[in-house]
Design a protein around this ligand. Structure first.
Ligand code: NAP
Length: 317
């Protein structure tokens, strides 16, 4: 639950992440007050489903009506959107000596995993706190996104300790683990892309081979998914490098050669991918202790021999 003095949250951008975060935060007890989206019907639908939330006509109205504003638009649009808004809210404070002008600072937060808070400099220049709140999770469908969020890590960055504390609290309220990174954020995001998006690419390649087996790609994917789940469970229970199994881990050079020959016949680009990944798998198998130096040499030899043959084939073709 958020602490007393709960901030009013606003969202600009109600795509998959903006909608899921807004819903999850309301569910966790936060107040989402103002919502805006380029296509207004999406903001209206989201606001209608959240108690206390209102769809507003302009992005500026979100800024004017919220304490913490989430810019949940595509990464490449965040900086320009931030620059287009007025972040210094002018007003007056009544005191015993009369009224005096003041500005109320906002906090503005983006959800990009690759960009730092520097892209929010325009708001910072106007006195706002700036932050980033990146759920290390994949948002492909709204309901699945909500199911996936608990247990996720959230990379947090903030220009000041007070906003960092608020974002830390939000991550915990969403049953997640806050992470403060020290280093190049694009490297963190590249790690996420390799683990998540490229897993999809890998399964697209793997399932695509099933049309050479008399079954569709969809049937292939269905058959492969329990294997993927088993692999993930092994990664959870025994970790790296012990989760590694298969021909490279065993030093089965003949099987690797048979795999490559079949791939070369059906899908040469997947054969290249297999070779590159097998090269990266050899040190994991060595670290696990199931592949000796001689086995590693023989595997590398088979991969190089395949590389030379495919290069010659390409030159000849
Ligand atoms: N998807 C993920 O798995 C994931 C995971 C973690 C973090 N993120 C981050 O979350 C942020 C939002 O990503 P998303 O996946 O939610 O994107 P999305 O589903 O494509 O939604 C983008 C939203 O921004 C609006 N928009 C697009 N271009 C705009 C522009 N130039 N100016 C103003 N609004 C614009 C869109 O409005 P319309 O409805 O009018 O098109 C839409 O509501 C990004 O920073 C992304 O890196 C994504």
């Amino acid at each position: 639950m958020p602490s007393a003095g709960t901030p009013k949250l606003g969202f600009i951008g109600t795509g998959i992440v903006g909608s899921a975060l807004a819903r999850a935060l309301v569910h966790a007890g936060y107040d989402v007050t103002a919502i805006h989206n380029r296509s207004p019907e999406k903001a209206a639908n989201l606001a209608a489903s959240l108690e206390g939330a209102h769809a507003v006509d302009s992005a500026q109205s979100v800024v004017d009506g919220a304490d913490i504003v989430f810019l949940t638009v595509p990464d490449d649009a965040i900086e320009a959107l931030c620059r287009s808004l007025n972040w210094s809210m002018s007003g007056t404070i009544e005191s015993q000596s009369g009224s005096m002008p003041c500005t109320t600072a906002h906090a503005v937060v983006h959800a990009s995993g690759a960009a730092s808070i520097d892209i929010l400099q325009a708001a910072r220049d106007q006195g706002s706190s700036v932050g980033a709140f990146h759920p290390l999770q994949t948002f492909a469908s709204p309901n699945q996104a909500l199911k996936n969020l608990p247990g996720s890590a959230f990379a947090i960055e903030a220009s000041d300790p007070s906003l960092e504390k608020q974002l830390d609290g939000m991550a915990r309220a969403l049953e997640g683990t806050p992470l403060v990174l020290d280093g190049d954020k694009a490297l963190y995001h590249a790690s996420a892309v390799l683990a998540c998006n490229n897993l999809v690419t890998l399964l697209d390649a793997a399932a695509g081979l099933w049309d050479g087996l008399g079954l569709s790609k969809a049937e292939g994917l269905r058959a492969l998914l329990p294997l993927v789940r088993g692999t993930i469970e092994n990664l959870e229970s025994v970790g790296l490098p012990n989760a590694l199994t298969g021909p490279v881990a065993r030093g089965d050079v003949g099987t690797v050669e048979r795999n490559l020959a079949a791939l070369a016949r059906h899908d040469p680009t997947s054969a290249d991918l297999y070779c590159e990944l097998a090269r990266r798998t050899i040190p994991i198998a060595r670290a696990k202790g199931t592949l000796d130096a001689g086995g590693a040499e023989r595997l590398l030899g088979a991969l190089e021999a395949y590389g030379k043959t495919s290069e010659n084939d390409r030159e000849a073709g």
